[in-house]
Ligand binder design. Structure first.
Ligand code: PEP
Length: 253
């Protein structure tokens, strides 16, 4: 996928409560996306997995919020990359901070990145520090998270991974504060440097997203000044009006 295309991803998390509401929300978004369709923007929605087979769309791609690292077997409650592929999923969020907080390590995340790519699914690898400190320790934290999460794939596969920089302190309604586009740009440059050390020039094709309280109100600033190729949107992706406005902004930025 070309870097000139903006990528807007909606993470619905464990929402909405019913399939009917999920279908209505999705339909409202995909109708508008069809209207404003642009080769300049790619749109992905990641609903809860149970809703995925019941959502049909052409213009909006489907993503999952998690994948299990093994292909099949006795893993109660898990869903494999081949199952997601079979259900029409083309992207999967891997290593979201809400999953890392529940015990997902860089090692597991690396296995999931590899499993997704092995089935042709694009992993959206989430990285981000929980806190910031004056001495810049978070740079080392981020470098370790990124390097270890990419450690099981060949370097030539790195451009197939989408990196989502999501500072944990800026995510959700309990965010300490919003990140600034300048902070996003600084971290995008830092991520590119790490990717360049890992994969040389190949890193130039790797897409980087910003996520963490990205909304209709700040999308333009992040997309024009944040040094990123798109956004990972949580809460505002459940609001069809706001989410489609973010897509319209991405089209004109
Ligand atoms: C997220 O958790 O991936 C996210 C970006 O959430 P929000 O936009 O609600 O902060």
């Amino acid at each position: 996928m070309s870097k000139s295309k903006k990528l807007i991803v909606g993470n619905w998390k464990m929402n909405p409560k019913t399939l009917a509401k999920a279908q209505t929300t999705f339909l409202l978004i995909s109708k508008k996306v069809t209207k404003i369709a642009s080769p300049k923007v790619q749109v992905v929605i990641c609903p809860p997995s149970i809703f995925i087979p019941k959502i049909i769309s052409k213009k909006v791609l489907l993503g999952a919020q998690n994948v299990f690292q093994e292909a099949e077997g006795a893993y109660t409650g898990e869903i494999s990359a081949s199952m997601l592929d079979d259900a029409g999923v083309s992207f999967v969020i891997v290593g979201h901070s809400e999953r890392r907080a529940r015990g997902e390590t860089n090692e597991i995340v690396a296995q999931k990145v590899k499993a997704a790519l092995s089935f042709g699914i694009t992993p959206i690898l989430c990285i981000g520090e929980a806190t910031r400190d004056d001495s810049g320790e978070y740079h080392a934290f981020l470098k370790k998270q990124l390097t270890e999460s990419l450690s099981l794939i060949p370097k030539t596969w790195i451009p197939k991974v989408v990196i989502a920089y999501e500072p944990v302190w800026a995510i959700g309604k309990n965010a300490i504060r919003e990140a600034t586009p300048e902070e996003s740009e600084e971290m995008a440059i830092f991520i590119k440097k790490i990717l360049s050390d890992l994969s040389g020039d190949a890193h130039k094709k790797t897409r980087i997203l910003y996520g963490g309280s990205a909304t209709v109100n700040n999308a333009e600033a992040f997309l024009s000044k944040g040094g990123v190729d798109g956004l990972l949107v949580g809460r505002d992706s459940l609001n069809p009006e706001n989410f489609t406005e973010i897509i319209a902004i991405a089209k004109r930025v």
